[in-house]
Ligand binder design. Structure first.
Ligand SMILES: [Zn+2]
Length: 489
């Protein structure tokens, strides 16, 4: 005879991505990978190791997609049904752990994560269920979401080197609530500031100190979380936010106000995490450098920040610059998603002449004529790639949206970065591996769906006032709202 466990039960589910309103790309069902079973649990080392055995954690579906344009409504509905089916099958649950990003846009819907939290809560058993969430600090967290999720938290580093720790922290918070039977309250505060991602690296000030100050919260506070937000989502909730969770109502409100005021006080101090300027300035800097490889981040269309990957304006500038095309040493530009261009290159084969317009695959309104020689063709599980050579410049065309953010990514297409004079790359701040290999690096503030010059964006739906679009006033007063416990609004 088997004895049923009397431990509290919690299910892990999620739908996560990050979407730019300004990207012509649409995220479809096939863009999502869905983890189940052990592939979900392996994201939570503290769950997998047995440290949190006092709670029976069950893996439901966790869907994630590369950042990009808004999610098609039908894709979201399909994924949501899959999540809800898994939740309903084991309901009622004591707890739910949402493994999500926090800046998802769904066509025809605002505040997608609040919708997800509401629907999951209903399916899991309603008001008594304790919800936790592990998120990205680039999420936009609304009052509605804060009202629905008891224990939300997010990364404390960008680049994100604390992903497993953050997910474990959320799992520990949920276990603490379920085992103790204590349902903490939370304090939420909208911080009326929108910042581009490349200004919020926690490697440098002021983000470094703001995040360091969360590590040791005052008595009565379980968790203090700060979201810098995601500026390229044009919807009312877009802004930075703080949520502080705990049992002491006074302490959580004070701590939440402290974090929000601290953020607002240094809003003008956030600066790009490396030397930044126009593309022309960046090419001058590369020309003056004697180091190899020099890296220029082509920031406006970075696919891992929500770019479409189909913006060719930097390519036009490179083709027009004789220092690039006819200079000494190889130059690589990566990458442009253009399945038609890849097919054309495959048709003519290696060594064949390539002549055609590229760019705008998803609808970015410009194309560039590219003439050169098909230098390399690669086909593997990650998709098809064609490298077109024009003089010293190698142009990387891909059949799918593909980041080239590590040496491994370039090795896949037989490009040795150590022998490349200049790498121009659709990326923001360099991922650690590329950071190590680069010898000289600048950020080019280029056109695209994730243009870092956010005051250039045609923003229409955000709530005002919002820095840098508006003057938010000095002194600024933090308006902290208490939420919960539970789903109380
Ligand atoms: Zn992020």
């Amino acid at each position: 005879m088997s004895v049923a466990s009397t431990h509290p039960r919690a299910i892990i589910v999620g739908i996560g991505t990050e979407c730019s309103s300004f990207a012509p790309h649409r995220t479809s069902l096939s863009d999502f990978g869905i983890r189940v079973g052990s592939r979900v649990l392996e994201r939570f080392p503290a769950v997998q190791s047995g440290e949190l055995d006092a709670v029976d954690f069950v893996a439901g579906p966790v869907a994630r997609a590369l950042p990009g344009g808004p999610v098609l409504r039908a894709a979201y509905d399909t994924l949501l049904e899959e999540v809800l089916d898994a939740v309903r099958a084991g309901a009622p649950w004591d707890g739910v752990l949402l493994d999500i990003h926090g800046a998802m846009l769904v066509d025809g819907m605002d505040d997608a994560e609040a919708d997800l939290a509401r629907r999951v809560r209903e399916a899991a058993g309603g008001q008594p269920v304790v919800l936790a969430a592990a998120m990205d600090l680039h999420g936009n967290v609304s009052r509605d979401f804060a009202g629905l999720v008891d224990l939300p938290t997010c990364y404390r580093t960008a680049p994100h080197v604390d992903e497993p720790e953050t997910r474990d922290r959320a799992a520990r918070l949920l276990a603490r609530a379920l085992v103790s039977g204590v349902r903490p309250a939370r304090a939420w505060c909208r911080i009326p500031v929108a910042l581009p991602g490349e200004k919020t690296s926690t490697r440098v000030e002021p983000a470094a100190s703001l995040y360091a100050s969360l590590a040791d919260p005052p008595d009565g506070v379980w968790e203090a979380a700060l979201w810098v937000g995601y500026a390229w989502a044009d919807e009312p909730r877009t802004a930075a936010a703080a949520i502080v969770v705990g049992e002491d109502l006074g302490a959580i409100q004070r701590e939440c106000a402290r974090i929000a005021k601290g953020f607002v006080a240094v809003r003008a101090d956030f600066d790009f995490c490396g030397p930044a300027g126009s593309l022309a300035w960046a090419l001058d800097a590369a020309d003056a450098a004697s180091t190899t490889p020099f890296v220029i981040s082509d920031t406006g269309d970075n696919p891992t920040a929500g770019g479409s990957g189909d913006v060719p304006t930097t390519l036009a500038a490179l083709l027009a610059d004789p220092r690039v095309v006819s200079g000494a040493g190889d130059v690589v530009w990566s990458a442009l998603v253009d399945p038609e261009g890849v097919l054309r290159a495959q048709d003519v084969g290696i060594g064949g002449a390539f002549d055609g317009d590229v760019g705008g695959w998803f609808g970015w309104p410009s194309r560039v004529r590219l003439r050169g020689v098909v230098h390399r063709l690669v086909s593997d599980a990650a998709g098809d790639v064609a490298v077109i050579r024009t003089g010293q410049l190698q142009v990387v065309l891909t059949s799918r949206r593909t980041p080239f953010h590590s040496r491994q990514d370039y090795a896949r297409i037989a490009i040795d970065l150590g022998r490349t004079r200049l790498v121009v790359n659709k990326i923001g701040y360099l991922e650690p591996d590329l950071h190590r290999v680069s010898d000289g690096w600048v950020l080019a503030l280029t056109d695209g769906p994730v243009d870092q010059r956010i005051d250039h964006l045609d923003v229409r739906r955000v709530r005002h006032p919002l820095h840098p679009f508006d003057d938010i006033g000095d002194p600024w007063t933090a308006q902290v709202e208490l939420c919960g416990p539970g789903a109380i609004r």
